[in-house]
Design a binder for this molecule. Sequence first.
Ligand SMILES: NC(=O)c1ccc[n+]([C@@H]2O[C@H](COP(=O)([O-])OP(=O)(O)OC[C@H]3O[C@@H](n4cnc5c(N)ncnc54)[C@H](O)[C@@H]3O)[C@@H](O)[C@H]2O)c1
Length: 248
Amino acid sequence: MGRLTGKVALITGAARGMGESHARCFIAEGAKVVLTDVSEQVGQALADELGGNALFLKHDVTCARSWTEVVAKAESVHGYINVLVNNAGILGPVANTLALSEADYLKVCNVNQHSVFLGMQAVLPSMLKAGIGSIVNISSIAGMAANYGFPNLAYVASKFAVRGMTKATAVEYGNRNIRVNSVHPGFIQTPMMVEATNESGGDALSLIPLGRIADPKEVSNLVLFLASDEASYITGSEYLVDAGMLAQ
Ligand SMILES: NC(=O)c1ccc[n+]([C@@H]2O[C@H](COP(=O)([O-])OP(=O)(O)OC[C@H]3O[C@@H](n4cnc5c(N)ncnc54)[C@H](O)[C@@H]3O)[C@@H](O)[C@H]2O)c1
């Protein structure tokens, strides 16, 4: 029996990067997984590779109607959703505050922050019917401290917001057996990370006490734990996976 046997998990932004890693990990631990992403071909190919317990659905996390459709389809195929990983996100431009356009600011907040509100609102009814739920919201070290390695006010704003929304929902739904926690990765080897280090030109390694960038699996290990019943007394909390960066 896997650590997620009996779980039906919805993971956003699951076509690549950390979302892909979480999906692989969840399937290996016995969950039925709904992988969603705007990137249709890559997401579908991954779900095909993962087998019958994986379902890919095209999904824009900024669109309320898209959430309604995804939840309805997920329930009809796999049953009530009892795990939600709000993982989809974008970095946005690496820019000083004076150079950041309002359009870019709003876009980053829309994808990283507003989507978490839409996602929790769309999936909570399913969890309430299931009688149990675990929501894992992916924030960042940028949800704890500003501009690690490069300036990015919009990203920082959105990731701080995710941390607060996590606590608000955890307090509100604790008595309904729904847990909500946030995960705050440091520098993780994904396409987004490559983009960030290229744009900033920064030397990421010099900021990391463990002296290396993480494999996405090292974040999946924590997300798996929080999704599972092993974390049954844990809610409203925030977890760094940052190799000691914020200990400095
Ligand atoms: N990589 C890092 O070092 C790092 C560090 C801290 C936090 N994070 C956060 O972790 C999460 C995953 O990041 P990653 O590094 O794997 O990124 P990534 O860019 O490699 O993957 C993100 C995925 O999200 C999808 N996506 C983007 N916009 C979407 C939308 N509107 N609707 C649905 N899907 C959408 C993309 O298509 C992509 O498949 C993000 O929330 C990111 O902010 C990443």
